[in-house]
Design a protein around this ligand. Sequence first.
Ligand code: HEM
Ligand code: 2DC
Length: 469
Amino acid sequence: IVRPFREIPGLWKNGVANLYNFWKQDGFKNLHRIMLQNFNTFGPIYREKVGYYESVNIINPEDAAILFKAEGHHPKRLKVEAWTSYRDYRNRKYGVLLKNGEDWRSNRVILNKEVISPKVLENFVPLLDEVGQDFVARVHKKIERTGQNKWTTDLSQELFKYALESVSSVLYGERLGLMLDYIDPEAQHFIDCITLMFKTTSPMLYIPPALLRRIGAKVWRDHVQAWDGIFNQADRCIHNIYRQLRKEDGISKKYPGVLASLLMLDKLSIEDIKASITELMAGGVDTTSITLLWTLYELARHPTLQEELRAEVAAARAESHGDMLEMLKRIPLVKGALKETLRLHPVAVSLQRYITQDIIIQNYHIPAGTLVQLGLYAMGRDPKVFFRPEQYQPSRWLRTESQYFKSLGFGFGPRQCLGRRIAEAEMQLFLIHMLENFRVEKQRHVEVQSTFELILLPEKPIMLTLKPL
Ligand code: HEM
Ligand code: 2DC
């Protein structure tokens, strides 16, 4: 009684017509809402074709479990052709983000040890803690300058700098100096290039970049410029460390950063290292900063919850006697808040895999090779999955209620987010320092929605007021 693939509901017969409708609904910016709507129309599974992009979409945690069991040993996500086309066009190597198969696995295994294994946390935390302290000092200064004992602002640019400073300090073992008054214009340019790179990627999910390139389309040209800016800045940082490493031969006891560790380990080619370090540097800016912005926004909307978190942080501080690694083990509610933020405001609208074996989901047969997408944004807001999904409730992650395949903001399995440990530590330390220093408030009655620019972003500036405690 298993039903065949062709009976899965949805619009998958005419990709061009669907692309036209998608475009009419301003789909390039509304992908998350369109997915939600499709689940409402078709139920928990639907098949779709927009432009040349074809997929089966699912929403339930139990179905996600089936999907990830069929991901194989070399899990493969949707190929973002804009990104691979740029690399091919400029003759640059793919890093771990874009590699596949055995090449991906062998690189990933080595990177895992230096970037995501639990033992590296003790190296990262002191570096990230220092950046967090500097951020707070910077905000205090800004508040003083207003002369009003508070600072009302759109924090996104400040958070981009915090995130870039954080990820760079871990990758290079060195500070860029972005928490200072005068910042390197090259670093600001790098930040702007990442935003432009994401923004220009989304239309190219549906229209082949090769075609856009042939007709000299502006999106393609902008995209190339954005990646050029990203690679130039990363190349500068990488060369800097490489030169230093060749000069000094005495091995110091200080942790030298991910890049120097990889170079000394000598297990990956320099070109492979450069490619993945560039991806880590570029992947480490908008993702954590926007998640922190959403978290501050939610804490501003929930003052009582904000006080609860502050109390948890104060108790953790007292119990850990200045040991930050210990402190990070004592803040379950802060961790719950970050999960809750990613539930309601995920960076990635969906997770995807090309399945390597036939599976059955919702009683439909899905053949091996199909691109299956889990609608992460839709799942986070589904009342069948989360009790009262509209409510921001970090404590739901502390209860015993089943969390089976529900906390998927960083993806799952061997292909999950490589920056996850960095991101988590960086965000937890940020919240610790902010809660210890400031009260966050916002104007009432201002609801902010998301817009899709490859990652989900706030659709308008989020204005927050910071007051010293
Ligand atoms: C992949 C989310 C921060 C680097 C991913 C994926 C997701 C994700 C959903 C795809 C995982 C999958 O397919 O299962 C996030 C979120 C972040 C974050 C929510 C912060 C809140 C970062 C940071 C870095 C980073 C800080 C770099 C330091 C990467 C890389 C991949 C990846 C390199 C590709 C890994 C691979 O293909 O093997 N991220 N990310 N991410 N992320 Fe992140
Ligand atoms: C976007 O339909 C929507 O972590 C598409 O740090 C499917 C899709 C494929 C890959 C996803 C992408 C979505 C969102 C952004 C992700 C990306 C994989 C990695 C990337 C989730 C869901 C991200 C932001 C990386 C980016 C690193 C890069 C800048 C070097």
